[in-house]
Design a protein around this ligand. Sequence first.
Ligand code: NAP
Length: 277
Amino acid sequence: MEQRSLGRTGVSVSVVGQGTWNIGDGFNSNRAGDGAAVEALRLGFDLGMNLIDTAEMYGAGHSEELVAQSLRDSTEPIFIATKVSPSHFEYDSVLRAASGSLRRLGVKQIDLYQLHWPNTRVPISETMRAMEKLVRDGSAKNIGVSNFSVEQMREAQASMSKETIVSNQVEYSLVDRQVENEIIPYCKKEDVTVIAYSPLAKGGITGGRGKPFEMLDEVAAGLKKTRSQIALSWLLHNASVIVIPKASNKEHVRENAAASEVLLSQDQYEKLSQAFA
Ligand code: NAP
């Protein structure tokens, strides 16, 4: 599995990681059970997907508990990314939220602690002060943001005294390319990793119809790969990007892991970019 450096940290993470929103038992009857979700995550680790993304918000903490279960007995070091909810952005709440995540995850340090969404009701300087304290205390290794605009990233960065924002986790797929306007160019310039969430458009890639999808099928057939694999490799063509598809189906896990080996030619990349423009 290809690895990329996270921001300027020099820490390498797999280009295909694993998302965990909506995993396990819960309110939604379509979810795979807890056991199946844990097994799928473990298969992902075995296939080299060593970055896992979760959040205190996912399943009200249940997703973090399932991540902890999946990590049990793991011999490989796994890079854990989780997120603090916007409702916990006051100084003390950030610290409490981090303690809760550490407990549920069963680890001493969160590798990447991310602000889940901006919250304009709490001064960003207060939140970032708490994030820096977590790094000083060793509870968090790196600080990231999610769903932040360029302006919000600048403000968050400017209000820190020592640490650097290493990543922005944003929605990015062939069918949702809003981040290409400002966020991607900024992240490239500043060496901030773009973590693409919903990279398969929550199933929209496999289910899509129409001209752009005909082009996707043509490229996929030419390379003997699936639509999902081409959609992920199209995102990974950009060296600033890594992807975190969620898969509870083991066949999907295998496909996604193998997507890291699919290399699109510049011509294929551009054809797809134009088709989905
Ligand atoms: P996604 O990864 O784009 O799509 C997940 C869906 O695609 C699932 O239904 C999954 O089915 C299916 N799938 C996965 N691999 C497949 C394959 N190879 N072929 C066909 N179908 C496949 O959507 P997502 O869960 O919204 O996004 C991924 C992760 O990003 C989340 O889990 C979460 O960690 C993160 N996220 C973050 C935010 C944020 O605000 N920061 C927001 C949304 C998501 P099965 O499960 O049945 O395999």
